[in-house]
Design a protein around this ligand. Structure first.
Ligand code: FAD
Length: 372
């Protein structure tokens, strides 16, 4: 079989690797000037810089953890972000360290009582109508004002009073002194960065990669060049020329800079939770690999959330009823019109996938395609 894969991100590359392993020929079109999609890391000053935002691999699926470990050795990095609220520093996720700093409480019982007291002091309706009421009813006023409100409003570009309550269904309170952000059993960062994973996946001589090549520049030609199947990991609404309308996304802007200092902020991820600071996070990349990099240099990235428009990168699908219904219409259209085109990955399936879910979803397609 001859496959055409659009996009060299984790989804397209996992599929290409598995297809080539079985003796199939794969051509990959990639519109960027590099492989690896959003997990792309680039070495600057000896530091592996996460060019499209901080990426921490975490999973509970042992088979996916074993699978990804074929392509890289992982360190034992544990994500423990810090919140900076107008210069006050708190540990995340919300845990005993956070509660101690907020209120001086020392035991889980004292912390629970304090949260209850904060909630009871508010006169909230039984059914929260918006995100603000929902968060207040779950966390009380201090946590909401200092650690949720500003950050969430910046992320979504809207007042918490205008955001739907379902965005926050529950809050991850932890009544232990444990700053590990994730609950998953397996977690780490590939030593030497993520790009090597994709390089190894695409190293077969049955795989031909064409960089700087946008499928939409000559869609009809590519669809009619004699490929048996097309795996498309770009935007499904664009594939169909937005004929039912645009799906919505949130975008991000990254500003990366070099600093002539060994250690700028002492942690890989710091969230800015006040509403005056325009960015949501500052990443200091060397801390993902325990300070690996040139002496006296560090690389930091400011992350700014943005509205999406067609000239911007679509990072996060917006999972509301309108978009769910619209996506379903495109899926129905794809079944009717393009039987040899398979839509996959975060844009093709309009779904927020973590890396482990992306690999799992690509392997499901492999299973289906090659009948095993
Ligand atoms: P992508 O990586 O987007 O790959 C799609 C590729 O297709 C891109 O290279 C694109 O250029 C190319 N393409 C699109 N259209 C065309 C076209 N028309 N022609 C040619 N090429 C095209 N996951 C975690 O597990 N942990 C994390 O900490 C984490 N952090 C994240 C932080 C951010 C800011 C973001 C946005 C995501 C994060 N993720 C994280 C999710 C992770 O990035 C995804 O799971 C993964 O990258 C999805 O791979 P993909 O192949 O589906 O998509």
């Amino acid at each position: 079989m001859k496959y055409l894969v659009i996009g060299s991100g984790l989804f397209g590359s996992t599929f290409a690797y598995e297809a080539a392993k079985r003796g199939h020929k794969v051509t990959i079109l990639e519109k960027r000037n590099h492989i690896a999609g959003n997990i792309y890391t680039k070495k600057i000053d000896g530091i592996n810089v996460h060019m499209y935002g901080a990426h921490i691999f975490h999973t509970n699926m042992k088979n996916i953890w074993d699978y990804v470990n074929q392509f890289a050795d992982f360190n034992n990095y544990i994500n423990s972000p810090i919140a900076n609220y107008n210069g006050e520093i708190y540990n995340l996720p919300f845990n005993m360290n956070t509660f101690n700093k907020l209120w001086g409480v020392k035991t889980p019982l004292e912390a629970k009582n304090k949260i209850e007291e904060q909630k009871n002091n508010l006169n909230l309706p039984d059914n929260p109508k918006n995100l603000e009421e929902q968060a207040l009813s779950l966390a009380g006023s201090d946590i909401y004002e200092k650690l949720i409100k500003g950050y969430t409003e910046k992320q979504w570009g809207r007042s918490a009073k205008k955001l739907p309550s379902f965005i926050i269904r529950r809050l991850p309170f932890r009544f232990t002194y444990n700053n590990n952000y994730f609950n998953d059993q397996y977690q780490g960062i590939p030593i030497g960065g993520y790009t090597q994973i994709i390089e190894k996946m695409l190293s077969s001589n049955l795989i031909d990669i064409k960089l700087n090549t946008d499928f939409f520049d000559d869609k009809e030609k590519y669809l009619n060049t004699g490929y048996d199947k097309v795996i498309f990991t770009g935007m499904i609404d664009k594939f169909f020329n937005y004929q039912y309308g645009e799906l919505e996304y949130r975008s991000l802007k990254f500003e990366t800079e070099e600093k002539n200092i060994d250690n700028y902020q002492g942690n890989a991820v710091i969230n800015y939770t006040d509403s005056n600071t325009p960015y949501t996070r500052v990443i200091e990349h060397k801390h993902f690999e325990y300070g690996e990099g040139d002496k006296g240099k560090t690389i930091i990235t400011h992350e700014y959330p943005q509205d999406w428009s067609r000239d911007k990168e679509p990072y996060y699908p917006i999972n509301n009823n309108r978009n769910k219904a619209l996506y379903k219409k495109y899926v129905e259209l794809s079944k009717k019109e393009n039987n040899n085109v398979i839509f996959g990955g975060r844009l093709g399936q309009y779904r927020y996938y973590n890396m482990d879910q992306t690999i799992m979803s690509a392997l499901q397609l492999v299973k289906h395609e090659f009948n095993f």
